[in-house]
Design a protein around this ligand. Structure first.
Ligand code: GRF
Length: 199
């Protein structure tokens, strides 16, 4: 299966996913990486010989134009699945119209707790003792789509945002690659709200 990965940051989830795809028997390959800004993720694409493209909102007068440009850029790679791995923007209606149900996101908290861009800091500020990683399908909301898999991660008393986030990312890197493989192999069974995958 063909994967397009969208990223905005350091790209360690992208790097892990690319590494997973090089295992014999992994059922998917990363055919392109898309970013919305200059970021380190493209360095991981380059290192793996994967093409990448930038579609930056600042280059478009309206958000809808950016949405359509991103959709067109992704369409050019004919993905079976789109993976958002630290992509820090909401996808728009054009993108969702084309790919909803086939967009997989990883979030560094146990949804529906602590959605949004600050899930790690919010969990830490709340004082939870267990947080975790969630892999879910993307819909029009902020981290609201059907959950595919979750794994718990303990919060340590001396954690700061960076130490906790890295402990969660260790789990995200594995869980995301495993979920993508499961979805490619067996699909997703969904009633529209809840979703189920088989491993
Ligand atoms: C991950 O925790 C992801 O869930 C969140 O941003 C982080 C991306 O990390 N949305 P990286 O850029 O892949 O290292």
């Amino acid at each position: 299966a063909r994967l397009v990965v969208l990223a905005s940051g350091t790209g360690s989830l992208l790097r892990a996913l690319i590494a997973a795809t090089t295992d014999a028997g992994y059922p998917a390959e990363v055919v392109a990486v898309g970013v919305d800004r200059t970021c380190a993720a493209t360095g991981h694409a380059d290192a793996a010989g994967v093409p990448w493209f930038t579609v930056a909102p600042g280059d478009y007068a309206r958000r809808a134009d950016w949405d359509r440009a991103l959709t067109a850029a992704v369409r050019g790679y004919h993905p079976d699945l789109v993976v958002t791995a630290g992509f820090m923007r909401l996808l728009g209606p054009a993108f969702l119209g084309e790919y909803q149900g086939r967009i997989v996101n990883s979030h560094p908290a146990l949804l529906p707790s602590f959605p949004g861009a600050h899930g790690v800091a919010d969990a830490l500020a709340y004082g939870v003792k267990i947080t975790g990683a969630t892999v879910h399908l993307v819909d029009e909301g902020v981290d609201t789509g059907p959950i595919l898999a979750q794994e718990a991660v303990p919060v340590h008393p001396d954690d700061d945002e960076a130490t906790l986030h890295e402990r969660i990312k260790v789990v995200e890197r594995r869980l995301l690659a495993d979920v993508v493989a499961a979805v490619v192999r067996h699909g997703v069974v969904s009633d529209g709200r809840k979703a189920r995958i088989s491993w």
